[in-house]
Design a protein. Structure first.
Length: 527
């Protein structure tokens, strides 16, 4: 068994700082409690503001310092969002809550050392032994975890060990420590400071007075005396770290639906400036999708305002996907055409429709599927930027009336490029050079270009006239249809040619045959 410990020493600060773009690195930010500064960023440290000083002193050193009260609830939410993302690596994840009452020892230490500011340790424990082969070994897995946490806006100290508590103690001390077997774990734990044990913290002064500062020195003391003076909790914690005693853990469970909030460090008035923070919400969502082996067809980003309803920015994809780059590109297009009615102080990402996703086979050469995927992504981008109503496709209907033989509709789901459209039945196709040779009982070829509304044309010497006298080359094709929907047509269609050898598709309206001069119409033109 191998455990990965992720210690987040800057979580109380990064839950605020991660919402600001990298260009705001000069921002002077500090997190405090009622009296003292707890954590500071680089901008504040450059002005001499550091952990432990009083709030008044910090503001005197940096008048422009942004001083924020610590928010344990926000830290807990961030920890759960990280766990959702980490579920793609292993389902066995245990949370170490950042709540102030995370342990008896920390409460006691806070009470005894009012002048010393301290934050409860928080992080996550992952059982990764079954995942090593899937992700290419330990180094590759650690690299993906570290880069992902950085993309989410968190810094972490990682450590691996055969026991959960042992890995956690190693990550509290330093970053990148790996104990592959029990012998390495025993040697590395022996060198750790005794103060890292939660149950030893309330007795730190006592241990220092007897010269016991490391775990190795603690192990040399009689166990019976330790239990009688300091309680069995200290020995239990040590035995769990060494693997001599069971260390049961409560596992984090993935929520059945996904939504995440991110409060911004400052109000944002420009929609495009929301992309940096929204991207981190997308990263979290893709981890949740991967863990559940599903893909998303639609999601929505909401910008919350103070006194107005939320600005909703829905995104819907042609094909379900969990590709981060694809969703990021669509969201960028949506934000580019969004006007905010008021500044946004919080982002809310809501995952909509999800469907099971099976991984496609790798293709050596381009196929119809890859072509369809490229077209689908183009349609998605156009719909996101121009609106769904503006991007439509032409669908052929089973109707002999030309104006009812097709319709436009939104592209709302995946469609197959290779599937032929459904068309009205026609017995012949005009391919020869002499269209008059076609039987008058056969269907005539129809032009690709049709007028939206048929144009009335004149008649001279009992022949149709459009700029010149038209010669009837083929026809008639009689269409009588539409009695069921109140749009009855009774027409005789012909292919006609003018003096410039241009071919037209014309018809004579049998309903208006009582007025011979008004019965001819042109409905299309052949290329």
């Amino acid at each position: 068994m191998l455990w990965l410990s992720i210690h987040l020493p800057q979580l109380a600060l990064e839950v605020f700082e991660r919402t600001a773009a990298s260009t705001s690195s000069l921002l002077q930010l500090a997190v405090c409690d009622r009296l003292h500064v707890l954590l500071t960023n680089q901008g504040a440290q450059a002005l001499g503001v550091h952990s432990g000083i009083k709030r008044a002193t910090a503001l005197a050193l940096a008048p422009d310092l942004l001083l924020i009260e610590r928010d344990p609830t926000r830290e807990q939410q961030a920890l759960e969002q990280i766990a959702c993302w980490l579920l793609q690596f292993t389902p066995s994840i245990s949370l170490l809550s950042p709540a102030p009452n995370n342990g008896k020892a920390q409460r006691h230490q806070t009470e005894r050392h009012q002048s010393r500011t301290s934050l409860p340790n928080c992080g996550l424990l992952l059982e990764i032994e079954p995942s090593l082969r899937l992700f290419g070994g330990l180094d590759a897995l650690l690299g993906r975890v570290r880069s992902g946490l950085h993309a989410l806006g968190f810094s972490a100290q990682l450590a691996c060990a055969p026991t959960a508590r042992g890995a956690w103690l190693l990550s509290l001390q330093s970053d990148g420590v790996i104990a592959q077997d029990q012998a390495q774990l025993n040697a590395r734990l022996a060198a750790l400071p005794l103060a890292l044990l939660d149950s030893a913290a309330p007795h730190r002064d006592t241990f220092e007075s007897i010269g016991t500062r490391t775990i190795k020195e603690l192990q040399l003391l009689p166990r019976a005396g330790l239990a009688r003076r300091f309680g069995h909790e200290l020995l239990n914690e040590l035995d769990q770290a060494l693997g001599k005693k069971a260390d049961p853990r409560a596992w984090f469970e993935a929520p059945p639906s996904y939504s995440a909030r991110l409060e911004l460090l400052a109000d944002i008035e420009n929609a495009e400036a929301l992309l940096f923070a929204a991207h981190r919400l997308l990263i979290q969502m893709t981890g949740w999708l991967t863990a559940l082996h599903v893909a998303v067809r639609s999601f929505e980003l909401q910008g919350l305002h103070d006194d107005l309803p939320a600005t909703r920015m829905p995104i819907r994809m042609i094909e379900a996907s969990r590709d981060l780059a694809r969703m990021h590109g669509l969201l960028r297009e949506r934000l580019a055409v969004t006007q905010l009615p008021a500044p946004v102080h919080t982002l809310l990402l809501v995952c909509g429709e999800v469907v099971p996703l099976s991984l496609p086979n790798q293709e050596l050469f381009p196929t119809l599927r890859s072509t369809q995927e490229s077209l689908g992504r183009l349609i998605e981008r156009l719909q996101t930027r121009l609106g769904r109503q503006q991007i439509q496709r032409l669908c052929v209907m089973q109707d002999h009336r030309p104006e009812a033989a097709y319709r436009f509709e939104e592209i709302d789901q995946a469609f197959e490029l290779g599937s032929p459209p459904t068309t009205p039945m026609r017995s012949n196709t005009f391919t020869g050079s002499d269209p008059i040779a076609l039987s008058s009982h056969s269907s005539l070829p129809r032009p690709l270009w049709l007028l939206r509304t048929p144009v009335p044309i004149g008649e001279r010497n009992n022949r149709p006239y459009w700029g010149s006298t038209l010669n009837l080359l083929a026809g008639p094709e009689r269409i009588e249809s539409g009695w069921w929907d109140g749009a009855l047509v009774q027409r005789d269609y012909f292919i006609a040619e003018d003096d410039a050898n241009v071919l037209y598709w014309i018809y004579r309206d049998r309903l208006g045959s009582a007025d011979p001069g008004k019965g001819w119409f042109m409905q299309g033109r052949f290329g």
